[in-house]
Ligand binder design. Sequence first.
Ligand SMILES: CC(C)(COP(=O)(O)OP(=O)(O)OC[C@H]1O[C@@H](n2cnc3c(N)ncnc32)[C@H](O)[C@@H]1OP(=O)(O)O)[C@@H](O)C(=O)NCCC(=O)NCCS
Length: 173
Amino acid sequence: MSEVVLTRTVNESQSERSEIIFPSDANALGNLFGGRLMQYIDLVGAMAASRHARAITITASMDHLDFVAPVQIGDLLILKASVNRAFRTSMEVGVKAIVEDIRHNRLRHVSSAYLTYVAVNLDGSKLVVPQVVPETEHQQRRYEDAARRREMRSGETQRKKEMRASLGDGWHL
Ligand SMILES: CC(C)(COP(=O)(O)OP(=O)(O)OC[C@H]1O[C@@H](n2cnc3c(N)ncnc32)[C@H](O)[C@@H]1OP(=O)(O)O)[C@@H](O)C(=O)NCCC(=O)NCCS
């Protein structure tokens, strides 16, 4: 019989992914496309959420995405994701993207985002997720901030629900 896990630490699901930026990922100025960066952010965020939930997770929303500085062809991009807080079936994940300047051994913050993932079964039904146990002062602060952000996005969540209800099955001629 599998054991029901009610809590998990942040460290248990922290995830990281690295990319070298190629010309096919960049615009005419040699800067990484914003959409490609969003894809990387979503993927690393999903890794952390799925590790936390030990389940498939789907992206419910991405908010507060800051493009702080451009990423250029040849840059080594590092993306780090942590589950800030779990609610019932959803989790807020914070992602930070940094560029490592290998020659000068220094780091540059290029982007940050908060995403919400929902844990689901193979049939798409939602799953209750373990709560997050913050262990450091930093994690505790992010845990508390996540509750405030959830409160702020609740209006948007409600608006999305109403939109889905008004669209019916979503197909239009
Ligand atoms: C995300 C999704 C599963 C939510 O389904 P729903 O029927 O609205 O579910 P509920 O109202 O029960 O919400 C489930 C959880 O998601 C949260 N949630 C729903 N919409 C959200 C949003 N826009 N932002 C943040 N959280 C959201 C709810 O707060 C709830 O959290 P909780 O259980 O921890 O309290 C549904 O909207 C969906 O499937 N969307 C498409 C997702 C997708 O395809 N993503 C990939 C992009 S192409």
